[in-house]
Ligand binder design. Structure first.
Ligand code: ZN
Length: 324
């Protein structure tokens, strides 16, 4: 597996009133104008780089702040490829078997948003990790946001090229990545919690789970969903990987799939993605045997069905008080 260190530069609307609405209903606040990336191999050696300007389609006039920061001009971008072409070239360059690293948790959501806006496939954009978060943990730095410049200074890395150019920033970020333990950072990025057999509870329909796990640590729902470990399923009997039959959306925040173990049969797996404490997204996975899943739903008294907030606490907080 290799690492793609990604940095984007983007343009912004002159005001919220003039912003374009995305298919999802959100406003487009960042339109990509430059894609820069550096490939690190497994030993975290710099192996290759990528740079493409992107001609904006919606915000053609560069915001003065963006001009100032990036040194780019509207003229330079006019002749550049559009997003479809640039993204396709980038996708090809990325190849297979990689994860994204970026300085901050903004670049990948912005890339996805821009792909969505242009109706382009984003299935190839897999897992990503905010290097800033890994940096903070591994250098015992407190405080959330840290500028690239501050991090370079802290690690005493000399950069001779000006920042706020997508490729220069990607190179600088890659230099930081080389000084960190990235495999460990990725392992620790995501915390997995499991409930032992004795503590497994029933779902709202009264069906007994045979496994329950939570996975937390991602800043966005999309990041959590694209993380391969979120959807990795294991047989509750033997621990071997289960083969899923394809996730389908269920409700606003959930997905379900049937998955099978060659030896122990089929299981129903339900995943719920929730934004819990401190803006961390959590996936809660519950697994049911086929027999349990196919039982008719138990009708629970309406009172308990309403107290959704307290269900986690297993018998506690049945009243109005919200659990933290
Ligand atoms: Zn099994």
């Amino acid at each position: 597996m290799h690492y793609i260190v990604l940095d984007l530069e983007w343009n912004q609307p002159f005001s919220k009133e003039r912003a374009v609405r995305l298919p999802s209903g959100r406003l487009l606040m960042s339109e990509v104008i430059q894609i820069g990336a550096v490939r690190l191999d497994e030993e975290r050696r710099i192996a290759d780089h990528f740079l493409s300007a992107v001609a904006p389609r919606y915000y053609r006039e560069l915001h003065y702040k963006v001009k100032q920061l990036t040194g780019l001009s509207g003229k330079q971008l006019n002749g550049a490829p559009g997003l479809a072409e640039a993204a396709e070239a980038f996708r090809e360059w990325c190849g297979e078997d990689f994860v994204f690293l970026s300085w901050s948790n903004m670049d990948l959501p912005i890339l996805l948003e821009n792909l969505e806006l242009h109706g382009l496939d984003s299935g190839w954009v897999g897992a990503w990790y905010d290097l800033q978060q890994i940096f903070n943990v591994q250098t015992n730095s407190t405080g959330g946001q840290k500028s690239l410049t501050a991090a370079l200074e802290q690690l005493q890395i000399q950069i001779d090229t000006p920042l706020h150019d997508a490729l220069n920033d990607a190179f600088a970020t890659a230099r930081i990545a080389q000084r960190l333990d990235i495999p460990r950072g990725i392992r620790e990025y995501y915390q997995r919690g499991e409930l032992p057999k004795g503590q497994l509870h029933k779902d709202a329909q009264g069906r007994q789970m045979c496994a329950y796990a939570t996975l937390t640590g991602m800043a966005t729902r999309e990041q959590l969903w694209r993380e391969p470990r979120t959807r990795a399923l294991f047989c509750p009997e033997c621990g071997q990987g289960l083969r899923d039959e394809g996730w389908t959306p269920a409700g606003e925040d959930g997905y379900t799939t049937w998955a099978s173990c060659a030896e122990h049969g089929r299981f129903l797996c339900k995943l719920r993605l929730k934004n819990l404490k401190r803006s961390k997204w959590t996936a809660a996975l519950s697994v049911y045997t086929q027999e349990e899943a196919e039982k008719p739903a138990l009708l629970l008294p309406p009172k308990r069905r309403r107290s959704r907030g307290g269900r986690r606490g297993k018998g506690t907080a049945r009243g109005g008080a919200k659990q933290k």
